[in-house]
Write a protein that binds this ligand. Structure first.
Ligand SMILES: Cc1cn([C@H]2C[C@H](O)[C@@H](COP(=O)(O)OP(=O)(O)O[C@H]3O[C@@H](C)C(=O)[C@@H](O)[C@H]3O)O2)c(=O)[nH]c1=O
Length: 183
């Protein structure tokens, strides 16, 4: 398990180390001790799994407000996605910046998303499945989101958008009075 910090501090790409043999492979996807060395102490309290059918579909950019701000560990187990995070931490020198990486069933990479980040993705193949570990329970009354195409953030999505929920298409743009999440 190799942790590579992204340009947004505290967010890591996690490379796994599969053991391959004639039958296929075996891979450890979570290791409490290894994650603790990277600084992760929380427990995962919820796991979610999604399927997105169309190439070019976008889900995001989602987060939970404090006191339900959450850490996520995201992995793609079918297909390939461009996974994106946006730093919304009030005290962060990279507030408002985004980072994206390909996660796929083939590269087996995971993205560790700290509290205070919005998260979303675009499918690069059909029938993408993502698995999430969450450090907080789903708290719909604390759901927050920002618009995937907010010009202030300027995420460079690789494909034209082919599918998006009405809710995700209409999330608010960042307004000047929003100075970030206190996480
Ligand atoms: C996120 C979530 C949704 N739901 C419900 C609400 C709704 O009826 C249905 C679908 O929800 P959504 O449209 O929000 O699903 P989706 O757009 O896939 O939401 C996910 O998007 C990605 C980008 C993330 O980062 C995830 O944490 C999560 O927010 O599932 C739960 O019951 N529990 C949950 O934890």
């Amino acid at each position: 398990m190799i942790f590579t910090e992204t340009p947004l501090s505290g967010a890591y790409l996690v490379a796994l180390s599969p053991h391959s043999d004639d039958r296929g492979w075996f891979v450890r996807t979570y290791d409490k001790a290894a994650f603790a060395q990277m600084g992760h102490m929380a427990d995962w309290v919820q796991m979610n799994h999604s399927l997105t059918r169309q190439v070019g579909a976008i889900r995001g950019m989602h987060f939970q407000h404090p006191p339900h701000a959450e850490i996520k560990l995201v992995r793609c187990i079918a297909g390939k996605v461009f996974d994106v995070i946006v730093d919304l931490r009030a005290s962060s020198p990279t507030f408002g910046q985004w980072f994206g990486a390909e996660l796929s069933a083939t590269n087996q990479a995971a993205l560790y998303v700290p509290k205070g980040f919005a998260h979303g993705f675009q499918t690069l193949t059909s029938d993408c499945q993502l698995i999430y570990c969450h450090s907080e329970y789903y708290a719909p009354e604390h759901e927050g989101a920002i618009r995937f195409n907010d010009p202030k953030i300027g995420i460079d999505w690789p494909l034209p958008v082919t599918d998006i929920s009405a809710r995700d298409a209409n999330h608010p743009l960042l307004i000047p009075s929003f100075t970030g999440l206190l996480v």
